[in-house]
Structure formats: C-alpha cells, structure tokens
Design a protein around this ligand. Structure first.
Ligand code: FCA
Length: 331
C-alpha cells in the first residue's frame, strides 16, 4: 500500500474521531424541543410557534416546528424529533383522544411532553392530568363572548325573541364545549330564549367546516332576520358569518363574536366595510407559545415539572379597539 494512501486513511479516521467527540459534547449541551400543532396554517398556531422559537433564541434552545394534522402525522413527527435528538415537545393535538397513543410513543423515546390549547383525554374521556397543560379558561372566555353579544344586541335595540343564535359546536373537544357552554349560559342569563339557539356541529375547527355546518341551519330558519353567531374560535365564527352573507344577511343583521385574536380577526377588522363579525375575545397566542416552550425547557434542564394546568384569560377586541388590544397582548 503506498504511503500516501495510508496517511490519508489515518488522517481521515482521526478527523472522524474528532468530529464524533465534538458531536457528543454538543448533544449534551444543546436542548432541542419540538412544537407540534394541529393546524400549522392558522394564524393562531403560526404565532405560537414563532413565539416558542423566539423564546428559544433568547434562552438558548432550539425549536423544531412541525404540523400534526392527524394521528399518523403526529407519530411520525415524534419519530422525526427523536432522530434529531429532541428531548421533548409541546403539542396541540389534532384529536385530544390521541393522548394515550402520543404519550406511549413519547415515553418510548424518553421525551417530555407539555400540551397547549387542547388537553389530552384518557380512555374514559377524562383529562390526562399527568401531562402538564396550558390553555385558555374556556368557560369564562365563553361567558365573555356571550356578554359581548348581549351588549351589542342591546345597543342595536334587538328584541331577543326575534333573534336566532347560530351555535357552531365541536363537542368532541372539551375546550370547545366549555367555550360554547359559557357563551350560551351568559346569553340565557341575560334573557336570550334558549329555544332560539340552533346547533351547527362542525367536523373540524376551521372556517370551511364551520361554513358547511352553518349553511343548512340558516337556510332552515329563514324566518329569522337577525342572527348572533358564536363558536370555539374566530375562524369558525367567520365561517358562520360567510354563510349568513350567502343568504343576503348583512353586517346590520348579524353579530358574530369569536375567540383567539389572531390574523384571521385582524384581516376582518381591516376591511373597509364592516361585516357581521363584530368582535373576538383575544387571548395571547404569544404567551401560550412562549410559556409552554420555556416551561418544557426548564423541565428538561432543571428537572422542574411545569404546573399540571395553567389557564389564561381574554380581552374583548372589536373594530374600535383591536389595534390597542393587539399591542397590549403583544400579538
Ligand atoms: C383550540 C382552537 C384554536 C385556539 C386554541 C387556543 O385549539 O382550535 O383555534 O382557540 O384552542
């Protein structure tokens, strides 16, 4: 064997050995977490993932942003994170009943998990309290929605007996049920007739599924000229508002109030002509993203387990104050 080849081989293997040592050291120091969301194209989730990334840049950990729109995608996202050396992930699952399967996979890899927005449920439908969670205080925020709608009906001088409520529901998701229950209770307490509340069950939590759910309900109740609309989020309320427009109902006939305070609402408030989308209860998606990522990081590095359940609050945002509230909440 010629000298040069042997020398090259030796140099190469020494180089490889050094590279391996370097990688091991880096792996011990670096913290990498995943941030998996059920609807990666929605403004709420984009904002959460960006805020988590920002927190990582400040505190010194990296965040891999992933979408998980069904169970299969979530499990492969977890495999992918494991092969990248991530120590844990924050997740808003596409279906809360996937909780046990997701935890199984995470436990196989020794990964820590924090849920955001939608809390896992176990086989009996109870919240999985062993997985730390941060989400909005659904019932209270729902009540704020109901109160805002009632105040606007009063301001417009509507007789509640002649108003129909479009309640876009998603009863498989506990946080969604809490929110629409809170809104219904506040409305009924104010004097809204419970028999004028009509359900439009949606398949998903987005605008198009709400539109499909709402259309037949509005068409069946053609006798009502005034509608109020609420749902688990503003994307869904927007679907309902678009459906009323199809039946010739304008901004003066409709009061829709959503939840979130993200890009979907800002776009609606920025339109030159107001629509039936009256307002939204804004919650800080920035805080949700940042706080969950940071608490997972502390758990990984300092062994401090995050609180079992953290609930966040909301502020009403309308066409009149949306820019101020946006700035206040850092959105
Ligand atoms: C659920 C909804 C989102 C957002 C989040 C906090 O995941 O689907 O729109 O409201 O809760």
């Amino acid at each position: 064997m010629p000298m040069t080849t042997t020398f090259t081989r030796l140099a190469l293997s020494a180089g490889l050995a050094l590279a391996t040592v370097g990688a091991t050291q880096a792996a011990e120091e670096d913290v990498k977490i995943g941030f998996i969301v059920k609807k990666p194209e929605q403004a709420w989730f984009i904002n959460e993932q960006e805020a988590a990334t920002q927190a990582g840049e400040e505190l010194g950990f990296s965040v891999v942003r992933l979408g998980g729109e069904d169970g299969q995608e979530v499990l492969s996202a977890i495999d992918n994170l494991n092969s990248q050396g991530a120590q844990g992930f924050v997740i808003c699952p596409p279906d809360v009943r996937l909780g046990p399967a997701i935890m199984n996979r995470a436990n196989q890899y020794g990964m820590k998990v924090v849920t955001v927005d939608d809390r896992f449920v176990n086989g009996s439908g109870e919240p999985m309290e062993e997985v730390p969670h941060l989400g909005m205080s659904g019932y209270k925020i729902g009540q704020q929605v109901g109160e805002a709608i009632a105040a606007e009906m009063e301001a417009r001088g509507w007789d509640p007996q002649e108003v129909a409520a479009l309640r876009i529901t998603n009863y498989e998701l506990p946080t969604a049920k809490e929110r629409t229950d809170g809104a219904t209770d506040a409305l009924v307490e104010w004097g809204f007739p419970a028999e004028n509340v009509f359900d439009a069950p949606q398949q998903n939590t987005d605008t198009s599924s709400a539109f499909s759910a709402a259309s037949p309900v509005i068409s069946q109740r053609g006798e009502f000229e005034h509608w109020i609309i609420y749902a688990l989020n503003e994307e869904s309320v927007l679907g309902g508002v678009r459906a009323t427009e199809q039946y010739g109902l304008g901004a003066e006939d409709v009061i829709g109030v959503g939840i979130n305070g993200s890009g979907a609402a800002f776009a609606e408030f920025s339109r030159s002509n107001p629509t039936g989308f009256h307002g939204t209860v804004a919650v800080s998606s920035t805080q949700h993203g940042r706080q969950t990522a940071e608490s997972l990081y502390r758990w990984i590095t300092e062994g401090e387990e995050p609180p079992a359940n953290t609930e966040t609050s909301g502020t009403l945002m309308t066409r009149d104050n949306w820019q101020d509230v946006r700035a206040e909440l850092g959105l």
